[in-house]
Design a protein around this ligand. Structure first.
Ligand SMILES: N[C@@H](Cc1c[nH]c[nH+]1)C(=O)O
Length: 380
C-alpha cells in the first residue's frame, strides 16, 4: 500500500477537466434554479437502511461503522436521501428540488468504470400528472441543448410494462422470473425455449416479437400490433406515445426511441423511465423516471414523484475540450497590488505572479510558456 496511490475507481481532477466539470454543473444548477426548483443538500454519509430500496445486485455501497456500531454508507444514490428528508420533515408538497454531488458505487475491480460519480439532479414531488414527466424531460433537453450536446437521443420505457405482461400470462412466479431474466439478458435461445409452452396463447405472437421491441419509436409501435388489447398495457403505450409527440414538438431534432424489453434502471421506478444518450458518450447522460411508491411525507402519506439525474462525468467526457487561452502572469510590487488585481480580472487565464523579483517571474513564465506582464517596467 502506498500513500501516493488512489483507491480503485477514484481519480483526481484538475486543469481543463475540472474547469469544464464546474461549468457543466453550474449550467445545470442555474437552469433548475431559474425554473423554480429549490436547492437541497444532503450528507455524503447516511444510515445503510436509507438505501434499502436499491437492488443489491445493482449497487454495492461503501460501508463504515459509526461510534455506536451502526452501519453507515457513502451514498450510492441521491433520490433516496431526498425521500428520507421528505418523510422526516414537514415540508409541504408539491415541491421541486435540485441538487448536485458525488455518489459512490462499488463496481467490479476491473470494470474500468469509476466508483465515484458526480451527479446533478432534480426531483418533482407531489404531482401525479404526466406533466411532471414532461417538465423533467423538457428541462433536461433544454439543458442538453445549452450544453451543446449533439445528437441527443432519449430512450423511453416503462418500469411496469414487463411485469404487467407477465402477470396476464398463464404461468407461475418461477416461470415469470425465468422469462424476465432471459428477456433482459437477451438470451434468445433460452427465451425461445421458455415461450414454447405458450404456443397457443393469444400473447404468443407478441412474445415472439418482444425481445426485438426496442429502437426506432415508430418501428416498435408497428411491431406492437401483435399485443392483445389490455387496458393497463394500452395506457402505458398511450402515455409513451403522447410523451414522444410532445418532446418531438418541442425539440424537432431530438431522437426519441422506445424500449419495451429493458430492465428498469432502478427498482424504485413505478412508471415511465427515461435515459438519454449521445453518440459521443459511452455512458448515459441522464437517467430518471417516476417513483410513486417510494416516498411519503411527514404524515406518512405516499407521494407521487418523478425525477432524473445527469451523469456529469459522462457529459464532461463528451464535451469538446477547448484549449484554454494562453496563460498570462502579472508581476508587480506590493504597492501595485490594486492595479495588478484590476488587470488580472480583465485577462482570461491570467494570475498574479508572487515572486520577489522580476527575474524569478521571467523564469516561471518561461517554464510555463506563459506571457509575462511586468508592472514594475510600466511604472519606470
Ligand atoms: N437516482 C437515479 C436518478 C433519479 C433521480 N430521480 C429519479 N431518478 C439514479 O441515480 O439513477
Amino acid at each position: 500500500m502506498s500513500n501516493k496511490q488512489l483507491p480503485t475507481g477514484t481519480r483526481d481532477e484538475f486543469g481543463t477537466i475540472a474547469m469544464v466539470k464546474e461549468q457543466v454543473t453550474q449550467t445545470i444548477q442555474t437552469n433548475l434554479k431559474n425554473r423554480g426548483f429549490q436547492k437541497i443538500i444532503t450528507p455524503l454519509l447516511e444510515y445503510r437502511d436509507v438505501f434499502k430500496p436499491l437492488a443489491k445486485q445493482t449497487y454495492q455501497p461503501y460501508q463504515l461503522i459509526d461510534e455506536h456500531g451502526d452501519t453507515l454508507v457513502l451514498r450510492p444514490d441521491m433520490t433516496l436521501p431526498v425521500a428520507r428528508v421528505m418523510s422526516a420533515t414537514g415540508i409541504d408538497t408539491p415541491v421541486k428540488w435540485y441538487y448536485s454531488g458525488d455518489i459512490f458505487r462499488v463496481k467490479r475491480r476491473l470494470s474500468g468504470s469509476y466508483n465515484q460519480v458526480t451527479q446533478a439532479g432534480l426531483e418533482i414531488i407531489g404531482y401525479a400528472s404526466l406533466k411532471a414527466e414532461w417538465e423533467c424531460l423538457i428541462t433536461a433537453s433544454e439543458i442538453c441543448q445549452q450544453l451543446a450536446i449533439p445528437d441527443l437521443t432519449i430512450e423511453l420505457s416503462d418500469a411496469q410494462f414487463v411485469a404487467k405482461v407477465l402477470n396476464v400470462l398463464p404461468i407461475n412466479d418461477l416461470m415469470q422470473q425465468n422469462l424476465k431474466t432471459a428477456l433482459f439478458a437477451k438470451d434468445l435461445t433460452h427465451y425461445a425455449k421458455l415461450i414454447q409452452p405458450l404456443k397457443n396463447d393469444r400473447f404468443y405472437p407478441f412474445l415472439e416479437a418482444w425481445p426485438w421491441l426496442f429502437g426506432d419509436f415508430e418501428a416498435v409501435l408497428q411491431q406492437l400490433t401483435t399485443l392483445p388489447q389490455q387496458p393497463a398495457l394500452q395506457n402505458i403505450i398511450g402515455d409513451l406515445k403522447k410523451t414522444k409527440n410532445f418532446l418531438q414538438q418541442h425539440f424537432p431534432t431530438l431522437t426519441v426511441t422506445l424500449d419495451l424489453s429493458v430492465e428498469s434502471p432502478q427498482e424504485y421506478y413505478t412508471g415511465m423511465v427515461f435515459k438519454a444518450y449521445s453518440q459521443a458518450a459511452n455512458d448515459y447522460l441522464f437517467s430518471g423516471g417516476r417513483y410513486d411508491q417510494l416516498l411519503s411525507n411527514f404524515q406518512q402519506t405516499i407521494q407521487p414523484a418523478v425525477g432524473l439525474a445527469f451523469d456529469i462525468d459522462a457529459i464532461v467526457a463528451q464535451q469538446a475540450l477547448q484549449q484554454p487561452p494562453v496563460k498570462t502572469l502579472i508581476y508587480f510590487e506590493p504597492e501595485q497590488w490594486a492595479d495588478a488585481q484590476a488587470l488580472q480580472a480583465n485577462i482570461p487565464n491570467s494570475s498574479l505572479c508572487l515572486t520577489d523579483s522580476s527575474k524569478a517571474a521571467q523564469r516561471i513564465a518561461e517554464q510555463q510558456a506563459a506571457k509575462l506582464i511586468d508592472l514594475t517596467e510600466r511604472q519606470a
